[in-house]
Design a protein around this ligand. Structure first.
Ligand code: UD1
Ligand code: CA
Length: 424
């Protein structure tokens, strides 16, 4: 069955106290919205992102990064039900499933969403809501059930009676609906509630009133629906995401010497028998091969590809670069916008000067196979050091160096005998 998704991202995110829209805040280099869009991209053919506050920024992000996603403007923002109703004109002929998610819930996994949709289909459901149990359910919508345990409705914290507030089963804010059957609900929602909003949650009671098949999918790992509303939430989610990633890497043969000081983004692939030393920070999208040694204190900033048997040592920063096998950059280097061959040695303190702050242009450095760069070299990009060439320590390389040559720009050493004695 065809599946489309709707991601709610029009809200203000007041508690972030930020000029950046909430869904564009990042966890290890990737936006919250990016996580949600990536999680649905293998499940639904197309996503609609509902934008409102900072709509321009959010739309630009979606347009630049996701070909299968469209943004739909919701203005003013009259509630979650109103938000979803914005897609009605786009789906008037659609006869499939619509998956609804929030843009500020990055910890949900593709695996869970797949199970959720499968559950919806296997139950023959018209509408399924994801729920979970929270010891402290404060602020979440509560799942109210009938005496026979079937769903009755969802009641928001602000509308709940004292008795309803005791319910610990909460609405995760993720829904799957048979669009043809449920879409009529959106023209019938009312804002007759404590917040004066059109609540998406009211589609549950609406579905029941229409004698449709309405179910809840209870998620065991409630961590997955952890929502980001504040900077503290963001830090907690980052920690959870990181732990998840480190555990999965270790399960697949990567040594993480000190998980408590290591940060690795979800989109970093690392091969078996690679060792990640303490205080290493790896953000964005990266691919690291097998048998590498990374860190301690290495910083990979994304778009980094490192092949097998490489060593990226302490205080080495790498960004948007491709490094072939058996290459070492052991100490205190910056490698940016580079292509580095195999069996290359990059001496301590070597820097690629890749950025011209006057014209803001970033340029590329290319080092061929078997190149040896002496310590404290500045490679002023755009520049190429061809296969096998050597660069003497302390050089500033501003021109391309041909194969197997030695390049050196070091000023000749002068030794002035007894010079110091004049001053003592
Ligand atoms: C919502 C649910 C609540 C659930 C919780 C789970 C409703 C009425 N309540 O509450 O039952 O437990 O999520 O996290 O749905 N948004 C729009 N347009 C709007 C209003 C909101 O796009 O007009 C977006 C927000 O940006 C956000 C999402 O919808 O991404 C949820 O809105 P929010 O106000 O955070 O709802 P909650 O109070 O958390
Ligand atoms: Ca919320």
């Amino acid at each position: 069955m065809e599946i489309k998704s709707v991601i709610l991202a029009a809200g203000k995110g007041t508690r972030m106290k930020s000029n950046t829209p909430k869904v564009l805040h990042k966890i290890m280099g990737k936006t919250l919205l990016g996580y949600v869009l990536d999680n649905v991209k293998n499940i639904s053919e197309e996503s609609f992102v509902i934008v409102g506050h900072h709509a321009e920024d959010v739309s630009k992000f979606v347009k630049n990064n996701y070909v299968n996603a469209k943004t739909v403007l919701q203005t003013p923002q009259l509630g979650t039900g109103h938000a979803v109703s914005m897609v009605c004109p786009y789906l008037s002929d659609f006869d499939g499933l619509v998956l609804i998610l929030c843009g500020d819930t990055p910890l949900i996994t593709e695996e869970t969403l797949k199970k959720f949709v499968e559950y919806h289909i296997s139950c023959g459901s018209d509408l399924t809501v994801m729920s979970t149990i929270f010891e402290d359910p404060t602020n979440y919508g509560r799942i109210v059930r009938e005496k026979d345990n079937t769903l009755k409705c969802i009641v928001e914290e602000k509308d709940a009676t004292a008795e309803e507030k005791l319910i610990t089963e909460v609405n995760a804010g993720i829904y799957c609906l048979n669009w043809k059957k449920i879409s009529a609900a959106f023209s019938q929602l009312t804002s007759n509630n404590a917040q004066g909003e059109y609540y998406l949650t009211d589609i549950i009671a609406w579905g029941k009133s229409q004698n449709l098949c309405v179910n809840a999918f209870i998620l065991e790992n409630n961590e997955e629906i952890y929502g980001i509303n504040s900077r503290q939430n963001l830090a907690t989610a980052t920690k959870i995401m990181n732990e998840r990633k480190l555990n999965s890497l270790m399960d697949n043969g990567v040594t993480i010497v000190d998980p408590s000081s290591t940060w690795i983004s979800e989109d970093s692939e690392i091969g078996a028998d690679t060792i990640i030393y303490p205080s290493t920070y790896i953000e964005g999208k990266n691919k690291i091969g097998s048998n590498c040694q990374i860190g301690p204190c290495a910083h990979l900033r994304g778009d980094v590809e490192i092949a097998d048997n490489c060593k990226i040592g302490n205080f080495v920063e790498v960004k948007k670069s491709k490094i072939s096998n058996n290459t070492n950059a052991g100490h205190l280097s910056y490698i940016g916008d580079s292509e580095v061959g195999s069996h290359v040695n990059i001496g301590a303190g070597t820097i690629t000067a890749n950025y011209n702050p006057l014209n803001k242009i970033k340029s590329k450095t290319v080092l061929g196979d078997n190149v040896k760069i002496g310590s404290n070299t500045v490679l002023v990009a755009p520049v190429q050091v061809e296969e096998g060439a050597n660069v003497g320590a302390g050089s500033v390389i501003t021109k391309n160096i041909p194969k197997w040559a030695l390049a050196i720009t070091r000023a000749p050493l002068r030794t002035i005998e007894d010079w110091v004695k004049k001053y003592i």
